[in-house]
Design a protein around this ligand. Structure first.
Ligand code: AQP
Length: 334
């Protein structure tokens, strides 16, 4: 078995201001992983246009995601951060993978089913082949580890299937099997209004999510209004199985405090949710306030952000281009 050089890749869509789910599920881990691995973090704008975007807002969202990476602690001097559409390798490899991946595989993707809903015949082809592009994003760098939230697990499995099928079809051992890194207490942060739905940028309710740019008062008011329960907090998470909104608040607080859910329950059992919410709002404000300030500062200096993207594009291209050369030789283009 070839030993692939360890490398982390992950991406975030510029489809709106980032929220607590994006932070706790993914970006917080991006920051931790940079101490151990070479990392490549990407603003995946090509994924964003699989659903309709306003071009002016898209451009501004790209810079905001970049600013959010940096404000959260991604070190752009040591790691690579860049914009997907500026590196041609993503599209080039995605086309090859469109011809390796199977329609039956894509038909099973729950995110496509959720996003297409009853409108299946009318959504973009891009929305369906999104996981093939995601496989290309990762494998254009032969990345071995991919930190993501739980919602991306199925797409990661598909990336592994594509890598395996490519290797089998062409009799090579070229692509690694990328490992999902899904860890922490908040791998799936749920909506504050409906604990059965994940917190999402596209949820119509602003009160469903905490944004990384929210002011302190807004954080406090969203948490105060978050759905919970009039009963007291139980001792065990088993008693919260039919109360997803309550479990969500406990998971979020545990993630903020970097402690286990059991420890949080020990501290709060027998108490009212209003007390937990007060402490949660304080913890969130402590985490978000410095990020919010830094995001604003960075967005006031767009030239610097453009320069960071340009530098990242160059470094990413230098890694990906030889890999595309190899792939083109393997498939017989060259
Ligand atoms: N609620 C969540 N809990 C934990 N992790 C989450 N992620 C997203 N939502 C949650 C993780 O954040 C990373 C970036 O996600 P994305 O923006 O590329 O796409 P998404 O998963 O489709 O996020 P949204 O917010 O739901 O966007 P829209 O509404 O535009 O589709 C990924 O690692 C993801 O797992």
């Amino acid at each position: 078995m070839t030993k692939f050089q360890e490398r982390v890749f992950s991406g975030v869509q510029p489809t709106g201001t980032l929220h607590l789910g994006n932070y706790l599920g993914a970006i917080k881990n991006f920051v931790e992983l940079q101490n151990k691995y070479n990392c490549i973090y990407c603003v995946v704008d090509q994924h964003a246009i699989t659903v309709e975007q306003n071009p002016v807002e898209l451009r501004s969202n790209i810079l905001e995601v970049l600013a959010s990476f940096i404000a959260a602690g991604v070190d752009y001097k040591k790691q690579i951060i860049f914009q997907q559409s500026s590196v041609a390798a993503h599209s080039q490899l995605a086309w090859v993978f469109n011809c390796v991946s199977r329609i039956g595989w894509l038909n099973r993707m729950t995110q496509f089913k959720d996003k297409a809903g009853k409108n299946r015949e009318n959504v973009s082809v891009g929305l369906m082949v999104y996981p093939n592009l995601m496989a290309a994003d990762i494998l254009a760098y032969l990345a071995t580890h991919v930190p993501v939230g739980d919602d991306q697990k199925q797409h990661l499995e598909l990336s592994r299937d594509i890598a395996q099928k490519f290797n089998n079809d062409f009799g090579v051992n070229y692509f690694p099997q990328p490992e999902p890194l899904i860890y922490g207490n908040a791998t799936r942060v749920m909506s504050l209004r409906d604990g059965t739905k994940k917190m999402s940028k596209s949820d119509p309710s602003d009160f469903s999510r905490i944004l990384l740019t929210d002011e302190d008062e807004s954080i406090a008011s969203k948490i105060k209004k978050a759905k919970s329960d009039s009963e007291l907090i139980p001792e065990s998470s088993k008693d919260l199985q039919d109360k997803p909104e309550c479990l969500n608040l406990i998971n979020i607080l545990s993630a903020c405090l970097n402690q286990s859910v059991d420890k949080t329950l020990q501290n709060y059992s027998g108490k009212e949710y209003s007390l937990l919410k007060k402490d949660l709002a304080e913890s969130l404000i402590q985490i978000i306030k410095p990020m919010r300030t830094e995001i604003k500062n960075l967005l006031n200096n767009k030239d610097e952000l453009d320069a960071i993207l340009k530098d990242g594009t160059q470094k990413a291209t230098n890694i990906a281009n030889p890999i595309i050369e190899d792939v083109y030789k393997i498939v017989g283009f060259k």
